[in-house]
Design a protein around this ligand. Sequence first.
Ligand SMILES: [Zn+2]
Length: 263
Amino acid sequence: MEKAEKKQELLIEEVLSSLPQGSTVLDAGCGKGSFDYSAYQGLRIVSVDCFNSPQGPNSSKSLFCKSDLFKLPFGSGAFDLCIYNFVLEHVERPQEILLEARRVLKKNGLLYIATPNAASLEDKLYRFQNIMRNLFLFKFRRPLDHKQKYSFSGLLKFFYENGFYLKSFCLCPAGFCWLHNYNAKGLKLGILAGPFIFTLRKLKRFFKLDLFKDSNFLMLLEAVETTNYRDISHVCKKCGYVINIQDESRYWKCPRCKEKNAV
Ligand SMILES: [Zn+2]
């Protein structure tokens, strides 16, 4: 008999469905709404954005607060789940935002993060079009959309240093959704999306060159009390023992094999 594979929730809808009735959810930097609010009547949904309120079907299904994410207008421990769906790459000072998320989360509260992999073709292309678009529109001083560049290891360090641990994750392929409705001042470049994606598909099929791969990181994290990241500054040249030493002296003695190591 086949054993059913039990998976930890990861996607927004899975996480929302796993929450008990009456749980509180924050859609931070919500834009038009990160998910269909009306599908989760049993949850108390609050959305926050510094620009727009949720539009379309989501407009009346949540309590909306216009606020930036550095100082959220909620008490500590107010939420069971905070969602930052493609938000962290857009902000200055992401650590302040993360610590604020941690403050408003309950103990062992959940944090959903989706953000692009800066090494992916999709993110590089997005950054390139952003620069070209600003030039084309003569908006030379307009800041770029993506202010942060994330790698998987960099993100893990960032979260683990700030009191979160990773419960589940996936490396999500590129969709190039933004390319399909690309439009800068009447310049409808969206028509190029089809041939472009067609070419990428052929490269993948015939040359095993997968440029869609690992384009975005989706992560479900849990707020914890312990610090689960640490720095290591020295490695013993003789036995490989690792240690973190703050002092600046020229030599250090390995606690395991007693070797005198030079810095
Ligand atoms: Zn040693």
